[in-house]
Write a new protein. Sequence first.
Length: 121
Amino acid sequence: MEFITLAYSDLFDKPIDNAELQQTAFTYAAIGDKDLVTDMLIRDFLKRDSAPLPSDFEMRLNIPVFVENTYQKFYHRKPTEMEKWYWNDAIGKDADITPSLIYYTFLTSEEYRFFNTLKKN
């Protein structure tokens, strides 16, 4: 459950409110497969109108800045040269890649889970 509260805070740039936390806890407890419920909750967060996602136009306007900002937002570090190259190339070549998809990728990555495990200890 701590992972979800941290993911919410990182995505929305504010702590989760009590009512939202209770609803999320209920959903988390109701489903046995915690990886599945985590995935469902993150997808729900990203679909909300209040999720502060850059537009596709904003992302593509300056892909290197988007990549840098995304790494800072979720991993709290700068991307390596290889990571910069990978994301710049992928976004530049594939019009189906959206900011929501990239945020989802970061929020469900092993690095993000590991980082948040360290953050709570």
